[in-house]
Design a protein around this ligand. Structure first.
Ligand SMILES: *Cc1c(COP(=O)(O)O)cnc(C)c1O
Length: 399
């Protein structure tokens, strides 16, 4: 296979660009930080200016739903980091995913999605799209033959994630691209767990990258945001629908996203290191049954992960030796890690998918998806790694 460069090898100045990309050196009102343009609309000097705008002789801002300067800077910065021609940001990751998908399909089309995709993405494809005459085939993650066989004449795209939630499975992007090219279909990758620090799918020829910026990119558990990134034409198509759907991100939220992005490479670098250390600690712990982390040699996709990623990311999934009651004891004994959904922020969060995300599934349904009673997902924050390890250790002693 052609050796793809890992993100950190492509450009050593990712950390610099996280601070500066998307903004002119000349600052509005000489403000060092990005201004928040808190406006719903924009004024025209006179009728001549309106005419030159509507005749497209001049590009400028017009109305809040069609764009805002703070939003534009966030889009430019994210596009730069992901290595994309263009980017559109949204009020959440799901808004980015649903708007992107809707902009690509027509009634009568067919799509393929892998089975361990984000719960709400799967639900959207399986239930809602069906109502509009879009057929969806869900294929088991990692079986490339089944994936290829699922493709039909009317297949528009393949959607997957890498790494996935919660098992951190890694999609072989080279294989995915080969299959997609053969049948001339689009490829969409939700790259939320990786971020452009660890993986850049567009460099593998993937057509569209989706990000929940709520997670690592924002990084402080204080905003909801999403992004779609890819070639200009494709993004323009999504942006047009976005203008009708109206799932706008507000200017203040864009500011917080931009502020979060400045430290994103520092944070993810630390999270990579801490998560690897924690996963090694857990793997050697006698109360632990299994650990899933892409950069652990025991992970099923270790070699692909090493090939296409420059870090294993900040999420560690593990199974304790015990039942549901032991899991609850473990959760209740934690003193530093907060029990909460979400991931990617500076605080270490732990979730128990069986009682949090899959609370509305029967035990049998959960087990079919591999969501066992003893399974935990840890989102490693940037606290001192030994403090996190000590907290986990003392909680494991309680079971
Ligand atoms: C959180 C998440 C989403 C949804 O993003 P929101 O910002 O919560 O809407 C989608 N995909 C993945 C992989 C996620 O982790």
């Amino acid at each position: 296979m052609s050796k793809k460069k890992k993100p950190n090898e492509v450009d050593l100045s990712l950390s610099t660009r996280s601070i500066h990309a998307g903004e002119t050196r000349e600052r509005y009102a000489d403000s060092l930080t990005t201004p928040i343009f808190q406006t719903a609309t924009y004024t025209f000097k006179n009728s001549k200016e309106i005419e030159s705008f509507t005749k497209k002789k001049k590009t400028r801002f017009e109305y809040g739903r069609y764009g805002n300067p703070t939003e534009e800077i966030a889009q430019k910065r994210l596009a730069d980091l992901e290595g994309a021609e263009d980017c559109v940001v949204f009020s959440s990751g799901m808004m980015a995913i649903t708007t992107s998908i809707l902009s690509l399909v027509h009634s009568g089309d067919h799509i393929v999605i892998t089975d361990d995709s984000y719960k709400k993405t799967l639900e959207f494809c399986r239930s809602y799209l069906q109502r509009f005459g879009v057929e969806c085939t869900i294929v088991p993650f990692g079986d490339y033959d089944v994936l290829e066989k699922a493709i039909k004449k009317n297949t528009r795209f393949i959607f997957s994630e890498s790494p996935t939630n919660p098992y951190l499975n890694i999609f072989d992007l080279v294989k995915l691209k080969k299959i997609a090219e053969k049948y001339k279909i689009l490829t969409l990758i939700d790259s939320t767990f990786a971020t452009p620090f660890n993986q850049r799918p567009l460099e593998f020829g993937i057509d569209l990258v989706l990000q929940s910026a709520t997670k690592f990119l924002g990084g402080h558990n204080d905003i909801l945001a999403g992004a779609a990134l890819g070639k200009k034409g494709l993004i323009e198509r999504i942006r047009n629908l976005h203008k009708s759907m109206g799932g706008l991100i507000d200017p203040h939220c864009c500011y917080l996203l931009l502020r979060g992005l400045k430290t994103f490479p520092l944070r993810v670098k630390q999270q990579n290191e801490s998560a690897l250390k924690i996963s090694r600690f857990l793997e050697s712990h006698k109360k632990i049954n299994r650990v899933y982390y892409p950069f652990l040699e025991s992970h099923a996709h270790y070699s692909i992960a090493r090939e296409q990623m420059s870090g294993g990311g900040g999420v560690v999934t593990f199974e304790i030796k015990g039942n549901l009651n032991d899991s609850k004891k473990m959760l209740d004994a934690l003193k530093l890690c907060y029990i909460a959904p979400s991931l990617g922020g500076v605080e270490t969060l732990i979730t128990h998918p069986a009682i949090v995300t899959y609370y509305d599934y029967t035990r049998e349904e959960r087990y079919k998806l591999g969501i066992t009673d003893a399974l935990f997902r840890l989102s490693v924050g940037i606290e001192n790694v030994d403090d996190i390890i000590n907290d986990l250790d003392q909680a494991l002693k309680k079971i």
